[in-house]
Design a protein around this ligand. Structure first.
Ligand code: ARG
Ligand code: ZN
Length: 875
């Protein structure tokens, strides 16, 4: 079934109040729903009422306390129809259903994870609990009563505020929760079980006292502190930056170990993948700490962007997700280093969104059709969606943007809104017409700007020619011209931006060229000396750039651009070009060389004390094999890329061995661990240097020493990766792997790192290694985190292993996806997207990848989730 945006129509009935009564049992849970139903004003005849279900068993049905005549309803697992509801159009519908949470391995609806009952309802999981109008524009006030055996579930949580708690006979007890804010069913949540917790308090700007709770497995309470600290900082930041205050008496977070995604913003009761809650120096890396901070913030920020203002329908998903990602990006930028954060965002966007946008799964930020909505929780909706919001701010300016957000909250609080509503507030506060800009929501594909510049000393004019193109994407062969805000600077010989007289040929304001036409010739007057052009500063638009620029200009920008992002970009472009050159050398049977200029520049950046450590780490890191493959674009031979990249890395290490090793020694840290950004940056730089130094003679010993002396997981995991990737098979590598396994066998989240490191070890041996690891006692095919680490790590981060020339990687992968799918279609579908760029491979691998896709497609009874991904990937 295909769902289309243009088919949206309001429902005939509303459900202003929902009362739910749960009696929890692992194999047998009884749910009684009492729904207050009203016919929508304007619908005057008593039309039939059709509620959504998914795999439900109906036990009882009553209308206004009376049994419903068998002829007046029909219940299947997928729907409940009442043919003739009461003519008054106002009635109470009682529905009793029966569930088996312990057998729910899809992890949607009500399920059990390590004996804890929990829920995941977004997008369409509520219909696995009871029959309902399970769509985001049905806002209802929920009262929830939960009954459970006290021994099994001393803790009973639901959305909103606690109302009542009491004992029942035979060791049972109950709790009642009430959420005064009308909400869509996808925000419903319930948790019951035996968990440990840490508590804190937060007083909002207007004086509301909020009790904060984070619930984790017993014994892990001391790993929840960083999450709590992140929560408090998020609450404060949202008040200060967006004027958004919390609105209930409690805010609870529960960490569970089986979870399909990262986390979920259920009103007042966020449920998290424990990977994004639990952290201490012994078990979590700096990247884990940063992710926890970002995701805690993200889910908290949803309270306003998502919950108070929700989506009219699932086509509007980016309304809450793109905006909330933008907000969590800004939060992290304020908490840490803004330029470093921006570089990291762009790397993520390019690694995940660009290949999506440039392959068969491309779709607009606001899609117009879907078959399975769960497959649209994508990098395009989230990350590109965030970039679009960022561009709105760039176009309007920060102050007007904030006015627009204020108006959005004021005008739409309590609404199920659309992207049109969102854009309208910005048009209203700015008086601008954003209709061309709106194409960013409606049109898929990554726009390209091709830029050339020339300087005329005689006329003191600097001219930039800009041409835009948007490549065709599936179902959109013809594209319209877009409004692209291109931040730029004319960098003078002293490294400062040069002033100019006037600009003609495009609107140029506040350092931004507004590209709106196919072609602009922008002429700057009063530019007597030749500047070096810096474009797309701060990554002002999510585009690809083709700039004709001499290497010496790139080197100049990498050394002097006042915009840190562009400085990083210039160096990264140089490194990428050199790596692509090395790849071509390998194919042509030549030995790759690294230019002395580039090697020297790397040495200067490494030792430049005016640059943040984290910035230097990001700059020096070699572009990934997948990044290079994406830049090359077609006829990819991952083995040649690997060999070329390795050769270049070796040259880089050899050319800078003195600087790198001295700096490596200087960066050693002592004293207590701190996860703060500056300390993390120091570790990041030191570990980046280790990766180079490990190539040189004595490298394995150095990495082994780094591993042995590590006092935190960041250093330990970095050293382990270096050993397992650069020195696979050596005694040092084997010992470190065994030692890590022994030490962390009982901690699944840490073992995920161990699985991931081995899954990403390059080379033809990876397939068998990963296969063998599926038998390891710490692995479980039923757990999404394990699957993502081992199988997902292999398929999406091991270019030479996964794309093994004989196709063995694809065959193993297809089998694994199908095994996962039997339990959990959603995780399987997500996994399968690893093959989305199969058409850019060289012909032999392409044929083998296609065969693997076809083998999955041929399976009988394939889930809608996986079928959708495979068919779009093959189309
Ligand atoms: N709304 C959640 C978040 O962005 C993600 C939930 C995704 N759920 C799903 N079934 N696809 O934090
Ligand atoms: Zn979200």
């Amino acid at each position: 079934q295909v769902f289309r945006l243009e088919d949206y129509r309001p429902s005939d009935y509303l459900i202003p109040r929902t009362e739910l009564d749960f009696r929890l049992g692992a194999d047998n849970t009884r749910v009684v729903a009492r729904l207050t139903i009203e016919r929508r004003a304007g619908v005057d005849k008593p039309v039939q009422l059709e509620l959504d279900g998914d795999g439900l068993t109906l036990r009882r049905i009553e209308i206004d306390g009376e049994t419903v005549d068998a002829a007046n309803f029909d219940a299947t697992p997928e729907r409940l129809v009442i043919y003739t509801p009461p003519a008054s159009g106002h009635f109470t519908l009682l529905i009793e259903t029966e569930l088996a949470p312990s057998r729910n391995e899809a992890l949607m609806g009500l399920y059990r994870s390590s004996k804890v009952y929990c829920t995941q309802c977004e997008a369409e999981g509520f219909r696995r609990i009871t029959y309902f109008l399970d769509r985001p524009d049905i806002l209802s006030v929920y009262t929830v009563r939960v009954e459970a055996e006290r021994a099994e579930a001393p803790l009973l949580l639901a959305n909103g505020n606690p109302v009542e708690l009491g004992d029942l006979a035979n060791g049972w007890h109950y709790a009642v929760w009430h959420d005064p804010f009308p909400k869509p069913s996808y925000l419903f949540a319930l948790v019951a079980g035996d968990l440990g917790c840490i508590k804190d308090r937060f007083v909002t700007a207007s004086g509301r006292e909020v009790e904060l709770g984070i619930y984790v497995e017993h014994g892990k309470e001391n790993q929840a502190g960083y999450a709590m600290d992140s929560l408090r900082r998020s609450m404060k930041w949202d008040e200060e930056v967006f004027g958004c205050e919390y609105d209930l008496d409690v805010f609870n977070i529960v960490a569970v170990s089986d979870f399909n995604m990262g986390a979920m913003e259920n009103k007042g009761l966020n449920i998290f993948n424990d990977k994004y809650v639990l952290a201490d120096e012994e078990t979590a890396t700096d990247a884990d700490f940063a992710n926890i901070e970002a995701i805690i913030a993200h889910e908290y920020f949803h309270n306003w962007t998502g919950n108070r203002i929700t989506c009219r329908d699932w086509f509007q998903l980016c309304l809450k997700e793109g905006l909330t990602v933008f907000r969590d990006h800004e939060f992290s930028a304020d908490q840490r280093s803004r330029p470093v954060k921006r570089i990291a965002e762009v790397r993520t966007l390019r690694a995940h969104q660009f290949p999506e946008d440039q392959g068969p799964l491309a779709h607009p930020v606001r899609p117009r059709r879907y078959r399975e909505i769960n497959n649209f929780y994508t990098a395009t909706v989230y990350e590109k969606g965030s970039e679009v919001v960022r561009m709105i701010r760039t176009v309007l300016g920060a102050e007007t943007f904030r006015k627009g957000m204020d108006l959005y909250f004021e005008r739409h609080d309590g609404d199920a809104a659309t992207i049109e509503d969102f854009l309208k507030v910005f048009e209203d506060v700015s008086g601008r017409d954003l209709s061309q800009f709106a194409l960013w929501y409606h049109q898929a594909g990554t726009p390209n700007l091709s830029v050339t510049a020339s300087h005329s000393p005689a006329t003191a004019e600097f001219t930039i020619e800009i041409e835009q193109s948007v490549p065709p994407t599936p179902a959109e062969s013809r594209k319209r011209l877009m409004h692209i805000p291109l931040a730029f600077g004319l960098v003078g010989a002293d490294g400062k931006d040069m002033a100019y007289g006037s600009a003609e040929g495009a609107t140029v304001e506040n350092g931004v060229i507004h590209v709106r036409k196919r072609k602009h010739v922008v002429t700057f007057s009063g530019v007597s000396e030749r500047p070096v052009l810096s474009v797309n500063r701060g990554f002002s638009a999510p585009i690809t750039l083709t700039v004709e620029q001499r290497p010496e200009d790139q080197i100049f920008l990498a050394s002097h651009d006042s915009d840190a992002f562009s400085r990083w970009q210039a160096f990264n472009t140089l490194l990428t070009d050199a790596t692509i050159g090395a790849f071509k050398d390998i194919l042509g049977g030549k030995r790759p060389e690294l230019s002395a200029d580039l090697a020297a520049l790397a040495g200067r950046i490494a030792g430049d004390g005016s640059l943040e450590h984290a910035f230097r780490a990001l700059a020096l890191a070699m572009p990934g094999e997948a990044d290079i493959a994406r830049d090359i674009g077609k006829n990819i031979d991952p083995d040649a890329i690997f060999t070329g990249r390795e050769a270049l890395a070796r040259k880089m290490a050899e050319g800078n061995s003195g600087v790198f090793s001295q700096l490596y020694d200087n960066l050693r840290m002592s004293g207590p661990f701190s996860p703060d950004a500056a300390s993390a940056g120091r570790r990041a730089l030191r570990n980046t240097l280790l990766d180079y130094l490990a190539i040189l003679p004595g490298g394995a010993a150095r990495a082994a020493a780094h591993f042995a002396s590590a006092t935190n997981m960041t250093d330990r995991a970095a050293a382990l990766a270096v050993l397992a990737h650069r020195h696979a098979g050596t005694e040092e590598a084997k010992e470190a792997l065994a030692e890590f396994d022994k030490r962390y066998r009982g901690d699944p989240l840490v073992m995920d790192k161990w699985f991931m490191i081995q899954a990403t070890a390059p080379g033809a041996g990876a397939v068998d290694a990963v296969k063998a690891l599926t038998e390891h006692p710490a692995f479980s095919i039923a757990n999404p985190n394990r699957v993502r680490s081992l199988i997902g790590g292999f398929a999406s981060a091991n270019q030479t292993g996964f794309h093994r020339a004989d196709g063995a990687g694809y065959t193993f992968f297809a089998e694994s996806v199908l095994t996962v799918e039997k339990r959990n279609p959603q995780v399987a579908a997500r996994l399968a997207t690893a093959l989305r760029s199969w058409r850019s491979l060289e012909p032999k691998r392409q044929a083998k990848a296609r065969a693997a896709l076809l083998s999955m497609q041929a399976k009988e009874g394939l889930s809608a989730d996986l079928r959708d991904i495979i068919e779009r990937t093959l189309a």
